[in-house]
Design a protein around this ligand. Sequence first.
Ligand SMILES: [Zn+2]
Length: 306
Amino acid sequence: MRLASISVDLDEIPNYFGIHGLKEPEGPERHLVYDVALDRLSALAKSAGFSLTLFAIGQDMARPEAAARLKRAKDAGHEMANHSLDHRYDFVRLGRDQIARQVEDGARAIEQATGMRPTGFRAPGYTITDEVFEVLGELGVTYDASVFPCPAYFAAKTAKITAISLLGRESRSIVDTPMVLSAPRQPYRVGRPYWKKGRGLLELPIQVTRGLRLPFFGTSITLASLGMGKRLARACVGDSLVNLELHGIDVLDQGDGLRSLAKHQPDVRVPSETKIERLRAAIGELASAGYSFVTLRAAAANQGAA
Ligand SMILES: [Zn+2]
């Protein structure tokens, strides 16, 4: 059986300013992910006939409009999943108690807002540790989807953080151990260390292609030509699960109020209509290859049954 899941990390706009070491915006652009992107993503999902898995950040639920919009998405059939309470980029360094609080309070805030208790978790910035996996197991999380075994992304992130510090700014991002690059690229139960197979929590790694392990995720699809995006999709065909990860910002552009960010982030310069068309084409390629689209929760349950 060939399953594909499309998940979206709902990182709000100030996070991106933080990554680039820039001062956070003060205006309505702070809330573009919930106020604008969520509707565009829901429309894409509805027209293509699939449900999304939405990784929300708990603290965003403190804004009633965001909570109401997420509830509406849940009522439309999308899965609620947990992207931590505060999206701290130093999440893995907080110590066990604070890590547990970030996981538990994040899930609770999302449940209070939407009525659906998240069972899946994704760490901020794709960085995870054995300690986090232990905490997730203790808190009853049924799957994690944070491991991103992608050499190209790893190199680009390291280069970006270095470049930002050379400019005299400080990025809030941190880099994972390079050993994560040796992790399986298909669902597995984590061992110790977590990049090896074992009997621990179920990990659903973020999608990379076969062979070169190129990233098949929102940024690479929205920045690539239509044809290149389809080729990336075809390089994943054959996998039992294609776990396509997007971000809310993947369907926003500078015209939405992100001109100051566009200077630092090329994907923000691509018009949102173009980005959505590219996403639709890449997803369509999976559909024509016979993939059925399910939420990550359903994909995780299917792994359990297999
Ligand atoms: Zn995130």
